[in-house]
Design a protein around this ligand. Sequence first.
Ligand SMILES: CC(=O)N[C@H]1[C@@H](OP(=O)(O)OP(=O)(O)OC[C@H]2O[C@@H](n3ccc(=O)[nH]c3=O)[C@H](O)[C@@H]2O)O[C@H](CO)[C@@H](O)[C@@H]1O[C@H](C)C(=O)N[C@@H](C)C(=O)N[C@H](CCC(=O)N[C@@H](CCC[C@@H](N)C(=O)O)C(=O)O)C(=O)O
Ligand SMILES: Nc1ncnc2c1ncn2[C@@H]1O[C@H](COP(=O)(O)OP(=O)(O)OP(=O)(O)O)[C@@H](O)[C@H]1O
Ligand SMILES: C[C@@H](N)C(=O)N[C@H](C)C(=O)O
Length: 469
Amino acid sequence: MERTLGRIADMCGGRLLRAADADKPIAGVVIDSRKLGERSLFVPLGGSNVDGHEFVAGALEAGAASLWQRGRAGAPEGALIEVDDVLEALQRLASAYLQESGAKVVGITGSNGKTTTKDMVYALLDTKLRVHKTQGNFNNHLGLPLTLLSMPEQTEVVVLEMGMSDLGEIALLARIAPPDVAIVTNIGESHLLNLGSRHNIARAKLEIAAGTKPGGLLICSGDEPLIPQVLEEIKADLPQDLRIFTFGADAASDDYPIGMKPEGGGMAFSARSEGEARFAIPVLGSHNVGNALAAMAAAREFGIDAERMKTGLANLRLTGMRIERLTGVSGLALFNDAYNASPTSARAAIDVLAGLQGFASRVLVLGDMLELGADERRYHREVGRYAADAGIDAVYAYGPLSADAAEGARENMAPDRVHAFTDKAAMIAHLRAHLKSEDAVLFKASRGMRLEEAVQALQSEPLTGENGV
Ligand SMILES: CC(=O)N[C@H]1[C@@H](OP(=O)(O)OP(=O)(O)OC[C@H]2O[C@@H](n3ccc(=O)[nH]c3=O)[C@H](O)[C@@H]2O)O[C@H](CO)[C@@H](O)[C@@H]1O[C@H](C)C(=O)N[C@@H](C)C(=O)N[C@H](CCC(=O)N[C@@H](CCC[C@@H](N)C(=O)O)C(=O)O)C(=O)O
Ligand SMILES: Nc1ncnc2c1ncn2[C@@H]1O[C@H](COP(=O)(O)OP(=O)(O)OP(=O)(O)O)[C@@H](O)[C@H]1O
Ligand SMILES: C[C@@H](N)C(=O)N[C@H](C)C(=O)O
């Protein structure tokens, strides 16, 4: 974003403290003073360690401009814009910049699949349009505005992940960036701790529908009964002429896969919406075919045809740690699905593992699934039982909650095939001593468990058992 400081003051609802700075050229917004340049606008935010205002004087000395919280003492001399609330000013600036750019908005929310679907929508639109997308997981009240402010001026479509962990959060994000196309991937159990019920998760997610532009398109799962139920409850809040397109497993939805099968390390499928065309995605899992159908529906809205869809999906570059296939030095097949976990995504991961062919053993390493609220132990036990019923050959459970997953697995697995740990190093040592190079191991846990550390260990260290190499 390039604007004069005076224009930025107008865009964010602030007051320029020195009129002489009105024509100062600004290129880019930063929230970390260690990354600014002389044409930056520094936005000082509070954090768990320090308040960014402590770095404003240094930013001005470096030639940058800065926001300043109205009423805060000690404002240094320099190119300052005084605002009522720094975070709100950042959000207003981002929204104003989006409106001035004229870019269309694809907003993506859901308990699981936001990042994956974002990457897919980006890959499809990028075959024809100038597209910008959320980097990593920057999907909240701070990440979304920063995504917008990093958007090139000529962007035609911006693809935004919209995350939440409480009611009202998606509504805020949709106010900052009202979607032309809104996607709700699924309603799972993520953040049940705050929301209390899946019904409330659905209400929180469908705030994106209420925030969509009149005549806009809502693309959502047709397999989730809570979605039509909540849409009926909130129909008075929905925009005029909202169009709804559903994707799901069968003909109960507007679109569904035909002839879906694992192929070449990913999935191949046709779609009811695209006739005889065959598509391929370089990632396993029927749930990722569902994500692809949602992404294709969004792309269709922007005139992307089947040939471009084939190209875009084939060239998909998926953000890491989403069933990411890796190989250990021993030749062991590793599937790193350790970015995050909830019961829905854990079951999806187990389905992928159970469907793998050509491996001596299929091993699940399951870490705790966090933020699930009062029923967390039951959810873990049910996932462990699900793994046993799916025919997984061995289950490693890591973390205090995963002890319940181990109990659930033992309901239908030999006890010597189920191992529970609270010490990551001990689990890694046991894995290295008992895995064979012909095995496949899938890792699944919430972000807070940092299970990727076990993936990295098995990727870089040899196996030590009698069959290890
Ligand atoms: C404000 C900020 O920058 N926070 C980040 C910062 O946090 P920390 O508390 O450590 O900051 P400090 O106290 O160190 O510093 C305060 C500020 O001062 C700046 N500063 C510091 C030193 C200096 O010399 N100069 C400086 O200018 C500094 O830059 C600070 O601004 O660092 C953390 C570690 O890197 C970051 O994690 C933290 O970022 C916060 C959490 C954040 O919200 N970041 C967004 C960009 C973001 O989108 N992060 C996503 C995670 C989003 C997420 O969790 N989404 C949920 C759903 C939504 C939940 C919602 N309720 C919520 O609250 O998020 C999901 O399930 O997906 C990400 O990074 O993945
Ligand atoms: N439609 C889906 N149904 C179930 N699980 C899914 C689905 N899509 C992705 N997943 C799984 O959920 C996990 C997270 O995927 P992804 O990062 O794309 O979702 P997200 O919504 O961005 O997650 P988070 O909210 O934790 O950032 C991965 O393990 C992935 O395999
Ligand atoms: C913080 C939120 N984005 C998240 O990832 N929560 C999971 C459950 C975790 O912290 O592990």
